[in-house]
Write a protein that binds this ligand. Sequence first.
Ligand code: URP
Ligand code: ZN
Ligand code: ZN
Length: 467
Amino acid sequence: MNTIIDLVVRGGTLVESEWQGLADLFISDGVVAAVVAPNTPPPVGSEEANVIDATGLLVLPGGVDPHCHVGFTSGEYTSLDGYEECTKAAVFGGTTTIVDFAIPRDGEAPLDVARRQRAKADQGVCDSALHAAVVEWDPTVPEQLRTLCEEGIVTVKMFTTYRGESMASTDTILRTMQVLQDVGGMVVIHCEANAIIEEDQRRSADANELDAAHMAQTRSELAEASAVAEILAVAERLDAPVYFVHQSTPKVVDLVAAARRRGVKAYTEAVAHHLVLDDSKYLGEHPERYVCCPPLRSRETVDGLGQYLFNGEITTIGSDHCCYDSVQKTEYKHDVRHMPNGLPGVETRLPVIFSEYVSKKNLSVSQFVKLTASNPARANGIYPRKGALLPGSDADFALWDPTEEWTVRSSDLHMKTDYSPYEGMKLVGRPVTVAVRGQVVVADGILRGGANRGRHVPAGPVDLSIT
Ligand code: URP
Ligand code: ZN
Ligand code: ZN
């Protein structure tokens, strides 16, 4: 090897999605130059290399959060973070790439909105990719989608709900899938059947039960299952890939898994709060702080969903981060139809899942890496640049102490909000040093260097061989 090495990570246990073992990392100019046996001397000329001692720590590829809303507008409300704040919180939680959304409003062109949002990536502390979105079909959409794919935005978010805001018709969803399948792209879709949701909400209104304490009944499991079944049928008819965001019940994961066994290229994302928190939160002091779509489900459903992390039926874990604060969550807590939906979580996604599933339920660390970094990168066309520590990958890593015990306190977190859905939860394991492209950005609980180091990561075709 003739490359001059400028950073060596020594003594740690490197964990990839398919492998783990003692290994050192040689890093050159922000990229992994080599993965070598412990204590291998760096090549001649590398005498100035910095060395990070990772003894006793796990060396994980930085997390890739496939579902992260930055400055997201819904109804009257816009979530409170920009790229700097969101990515700062991300790196404190061990995530080094986020995938945000560019959602058109009021007839805006998807291409314009995506270009505008993409330009914000440079404000970040870490890198980001982007999902475009289609709401309304018009004759220019196919060309816009082809241009987006050429420009490295290959995933397109669609919604079967939120009438009057971002809901697309089944016809529009089918046509969008059809265009994307020819250009290496994929629809990523929020599935809840809007007609059933509106009926759920009418019934709750009749019973005077539209407040946050009754959130779970206002968006039924049936609504989710019905929309997933319809969209799977569309994808199967076209032989087009489809990725279901925030699937919240074993039933819908089963529908996707069964379709995959028939050869449909269909993938399941679960999000951290559906894997950990249950609907008893709606009976507590602040039910409004847990209002999200789909809502939190019963404990039995949460535990059932979690089982699918072990057998590969869930493809990725996202955060569905929406950084509203307690004031924004409170104003309409008497009527969830007008509330801002979504929970802050970009910083807690990895520690909460590590603690609840790796530390407490023996999920392997490799499977954790697969679900939270490698598969999200594959599904978004940015693997192995992101989501891996292979020669040529960006040197984005989290040195993880698997034994550290700590308690979630929103005042210790970095998200631009004043509450955490996990407040008071005792966790085991956390990232202690985090680097983005070979630059340490977090060490000893402190941010080293600030904004304006992030870059948009252009995506190639999505990897449809994900398992
Ligand atoms: O409640 C949620 N999930 N809000 C964010 C928008 C979405 O549906 O993903
Ligand atoms: Zn959604
Ligand atoms: Zn979302």
